[in-house]
Design a protein around this ligand. Structure first.
Ligand code: HPA
Length: 277
């Protein structure tokens, strides 16, 4: 059997013996949002450390566990902390949690992140509904022999971020009085922030925001036929767009500041998404 799939099945077995909960929506929490998981009606938790072979984040401030519970009436699994490609994990490990959440039963994947704005029309603290993505700068998680049990060899990517889910999130934002930007997210490997020339390249290629996660996860999810949506918190303007040098502290600070609004948007969106499926 394919080694990547074998590992995934082992992780699934670990979940299955420990947790009796079937989520409908999977939520990945980006920087500044991690404690959202503690605000839901928690039914169970599973530490990444307790899942054999599961990749564990090395980023300071990133927690590492699944939280199972309800947002309103909607059964969810929340990833409190994700792993990034720049941590040195193979891409198959980076997307393993996404694949595992699909195996748990989640049909919808809700991705969040902090990202640098490359669009001059954006302001620090804005939220951007991800409408499309550019993942070509990082390795595809689908490289290697195809796992036929998960999806087809050459999956279509014409609507990675599902229109119906986008409409729900837009309505949720409007009802909360939250301005929602829209745009294309581009993933680079990191961990270094971009040079001004790279930021210009991102903009020239049509990106509105740049980050170090998310797009590879969306590819893996789309391969499995999950319905995907995503929101970026524009934690900073990308390098070269302001006079200040960029730091992880700035990213964290903005993300923390707008977290209450971001959390309200997620709650409302998930509750509405639950009515769809
Ligand atoms: N670049 C890449 N990743 C990021 C940024 C950025 O400016 N801000 C937050 N994550």
């Amino acid at each position: 059997m394919n080694a990547v799939y074998e590992k995934l099945l082992r992780c699934y077995d670990c979940y299955k013996v420990k947790i009796d909960f079937e989520p409908k929506v999977a939520l990945v929490l980006g920087s500044g949002l991690e404690d959202y998981a503690e605000s839901i009606e928690i039914k169970a938790t599973l530490n990444y450390h307790d899942i054999e072979g599961f990749p564990v984040s090395t980023v300071p401030g990133h927690k590492g566990r699944f939280i199972f519970g309800y947002v309103g009436e909607v059964p969810v699994v929340v990833m409190q902390g994700r792993v990034h490609y720049y941590e040195g994990y193979p891409m198959s490990d980076v997307v393993l949690p996404i694949r595992l959440m699909k195996m748990m039963g989640a049909e919808v994947l809700f991705l969040t992140n902090a990202a640098g704005g490359t669009n001059y029309g954006f302001n620090v603290g804005d939220f951007m509904l991800i409408t499309d993505q550019i993942s070509s700068f990082v390795q595809s998680p689908l490289i290697g022999s195809n796992i036929d049990e998960l999806g087809t060899r050459f999956p279509d990517m014409s609507e990675i971020y599902q229109k119906e889910l986008r409409a729900v999130i837009k309505n949720a934002a409007e009802s909360l009085g939250i301005t929602l930007q829209e745009g294309t997210y581009l993933q680079l490997s990191g961990p270094n922030f971009e040079s001004p020339a790279e930021v210009k390249m991102c903009r020239t290629l049509g990106a509105d925001a740049v980050g170090m996660s998310t797009a590879c996860e969306a590819v893996a999810a789309n391969h499995m036929g999950m319905k995907v949506c995503g929101i970026s918190c524009i934690s900073n303007l990308a390098c070269g767009m302001s006079d200040q040098p960029l730091s992880h502290g700035e990213v964290q600070e903005t993300a923390d500041k707008v977290a209450p609004l971001f959390k309200a948007l997620i709650t409302k969106s998930v509750m509405e998404i639950g009515k769809l499926f």
